[in-house]
Design a protein around this ligand. Structure first.
Ligand SMILES: Cc1cc2nc3c(=O)[nH]c(=O)nc-3n(C[C@H](O)[C@H](O)[C@H](O)COP(=O)(O)O)c2cc1C
Length: 178
């Protein structure tokens, strides 16, 4: 089966661009920090491991984000990798209304950044570099500590505008270890 290429991007609505990019499934992370004694956090799917030596991760906050300047000022953050039962946490940390930490259990980690209870993993880092990326920034974090959290549960996924989970652990093909 051949698939025809799309028209030049200037001829398609931005919603189509978003829909097509939404086919890329990701995990979900809440980036937290402690800014002037107050916990702050935001949901991101733009999280990735970047480098092993030195250990680096990245995430991409919108330049309009109100939380990102506070994370930057704090200088340290925790990337909380959400578990499949934490869709409500993802929604709360993306919401414009209310206290995002209401009812959430957490403890301070590196630089005070909240380590959320029930997360699959905590990746604690300091802001090492910030690069411009259109209407987002690309934040490179130098990893200081990592730990696995909740055992026996799978990751929360985000795909085509919906939260999802892995159904079973059956591999479709053996993957190379990387
Ligand atoms: C699943 C999911 C993934 C998201 N990924 C990102 C992201 O990578 N970068 C970003 O800036 N916002 C992302 N958002 C949106 C922010 O969480 C949302 O805009 C939030 O309100 C930002 O709040 P702030 O203004 O306090 O930073 C995502 C939201 C959801 C639900």
């Amino acid at each position: 089966m051949t698939q025809t290429p799309g028209p030049p991007l200037r001829d398609v609505p931005l919603t189509h661009f978003r829909d097509v990019l939404g086919t890329f499934a990701t995990g979900v992370v809440v980036v937290t920090a402690l800014d002037e004694g107050e916990p702050v956090g935001m949901t991101v799917q733009s999280f990735a491991s970047l480098s092993l030596r030195p250990p680096l991760v990245l995430f991409c906050p919108a330049r309009t984000s109100r939380t990102w300047p506070r994370v930057r000022r704090a200088g340290s953050f925790c990337a909380n990798v959400l578990a499949e039962d934490q869709a409500d946490v993802a929604a709360a940390m993306a919401s414009g209304a209310g206290d995002r930490f209401a009812g959430l259990a957490w403890e301070p980690g590196h630089g005070g950044a909240p380590r959320l209870a029930g997360a699959l993993a905590h990746v604690e880092a300091t802001v090492q570099a910030v690069h411009a990326g259109g209407d987002h920034d690309v934040v490179v974090g130098r990893v200081r500590r990592v730990a696995r959290g909740a055992a026996g549960t799978g990751p929360l996924l985000y795909h085509e505008g919906r939260y999802a989970r892995v159904l079973g652990e059956e591999a479709v093909a053996p993957g190379p270890r990387r």
